[in-house]
Write a protein that binds this ligand. Structure first.
Ligand code: BEZ
Length: 193
């Protein structure tokens, strides 16, 4: 799969006749909603978990030195809490551009806190995309993140803002919080030097 997934995403779903579509944010879409939305609601999707296994060439790193950003991996029985946005279909041109570095749109069920559910779209980067970095120990991932930056800013800012946004959603994410803790340790060590 190419680095730039915009053309692929345009062929994946048909929005003809739809006034609105739900999209699920599990990473930067939770804390950076730089698009118009009709409504937003905390929601969860089942059988997926966050992992910092995707390379970022365009936001938190560069093609020569990719940063590490989130994707979702399938873990049966798990769930992932995030933020669901109901948007006009035109918004996907912006989102496809923003998330063009290996992410494809998939349809899945969103579950709201009141027990209701809707179908919507979520961007996921699979292991067959050109920017995939894959698993590594969380301490190594934190070290990589601490040393990366790109056009959207330092890579560690992404983790720290995400961890804060998850706490505001009352979500505990062991992977994200472990990497956040390692980043604090690394920052404390740097301060000592
Ligand atoms: C999200 O926040 O949902 C998201 C994360 C990575 C890529 C695309 C979307």
């Amino acid at each position: 799969m190419p680095h730039d997934t915009q053309a692929l995403n345009r062929t994946r779903q048909c929005f003809a006749g739809l006034d609105s579509v739900w999209v699920f944010g599990y990473g930067s879409l939770i804390f950076k909603a730089d698009f118009p939305y009709i409504e937003r609601r905390p929601a969860r999707i089942d059988h997926w978990q966050r992992r910092f296994w995707q390379g970022s060439h365009d936001h938190r790193g560069t093609p020569e030195a990719p940063g590490r950003v989130l994707t979702l991996v399938e873990v049966p029985g798990s769930s992932c809490k995030g933020m669901a946005y109901r948007v006009h279909p035109d918004v996907f041109a912006h989102l496809d551009h923003r998330e063009k570095n290996g992410y494809l749109r998939f349809e899945t069920a969103f579950h709201f806190d009141d027990g209701s559910e809707v179908n919507g779209l979520v961007y996921i980067a699979n292991s067959d995309n050109a920017a995939w970095l894959g698993p590594a120990p969380e301490s190594d991932i934190a070290e990589h993140i601490a040393n990366s930056r790109g056009p959207s800013g330092p890579n560690d800012e992404y983790v720290l803002r995400l961890a804060q946004a998850l706490r505001e959603l009352d979500e505990t994410d062991a992977h994200v919080f472990a990497i956040e803790a390692y980043l604090h340790l690394l920052a404390a060590q740097t301060d000592e030097d």
